[in-house]
Design a protein around this ligand. Sequence first.
Ligand SMILES: N=CN[C@@H](CCC(=O)O)C(=O)O
Ligand SMILES: [Mn+2]
Ligand SMILES: [Mn+2]
Length: 324
Amino acid sequence: MYKPTAPGTWKGRVDAHDGEEGKRWHQGIKLLNLTDEPEAAVATQAIALLGFCCDEGVRRNQGREGAVDGPAALRQAMASFAWHLDEDVMLSDAGDVFCTNQNLEEAQKQLGKKVHALLSNTYKTIVLGGGHETAYGHFLGIKQALPEGQQLGIINFDAHFDLRSYEKQSSSGTPFLQIADDLAAASIDFNYLCLGIQQAGNTQKLFNTAESYGADYVFAPALQVYNFQNLQEKLQQFIAIVDVLYVSIDMDVFAAAYAPGVSAPAALGVNPEVVLLLLQEIINSGKLLTIDVVELNPKLDIDNRTAKLGAALLYHVVQQWSQV
Ligand SMILES: N=CN[C@@H](CCC(=O)O)C(=O)O
Ligand SMILES: [Mn+2]
Ligand SMILES: [Mn+2]
């Protein structure tokens, strides 16, 4: 269920005549094998990518399958980024966890183990999804790594709450209710802020669940650069009450013009600029523990637009996160 990334996977443009000055991500990234427990990160700033090749949650949620190929498409979209990282920064690719035989629950457990291995060895972790069922597996690792007494904050950029009932089965629509219930069982608060909610994309039942679980949210039409001061205030209030942050970026939060390659595109979704500004606020808080990008479906993408957007956001995340 786990495979390290094969040598040669990262490839792209080479400016050989420019030497070190021509360096790109595919030439600087290190491959990290998590088959055994990784060694503690040696670099001052160690960032690791980990793929979750899975769309079983999307299938179970009546969505359009294809997110299983999200990690490969994101790697490809990142490969030729110019290298502007400081010398003390190590960027690693820790391979992929796969979902086999539709066994989502086992795949999520395996993802949790690998996330825990990275976090407990001081890697700043970036999980490449996968449908939004990625979030529950990601959380299993966060929960194990969370120091006792620390408050976890979850910020989800998403058109949807993903708070559906998992009584019959879990899916890409249920991860944050699973997380809320797991936290409640461990007497830990569920601090959940959802940014970019589409009213038309969430039934009254979901709004009621959000309310009963104390979830906070901002509708997509309010997630605009001109409203940034209000957004910043709301974000800062949320960040102030927690110790560490888990951020999830569901690519369907963006307008379909920017992100056509998702199971459930949002015609009136948000613009990327405001998300980038909010990510910068989050990273500057110094509380970001781990992040994922989910729901990219390369089969439905147009000219790799969605993959390139996810990758571009991660470029800025890596650049800024490596400095805090
Ligand atoms: N991952 C979540 N997906 C959405 C899908 C909504 C739709 O298909 O319109 C959800 O369950 O709410
Ligand atoms: Mn989602
Ligand atoms: Mn969504």
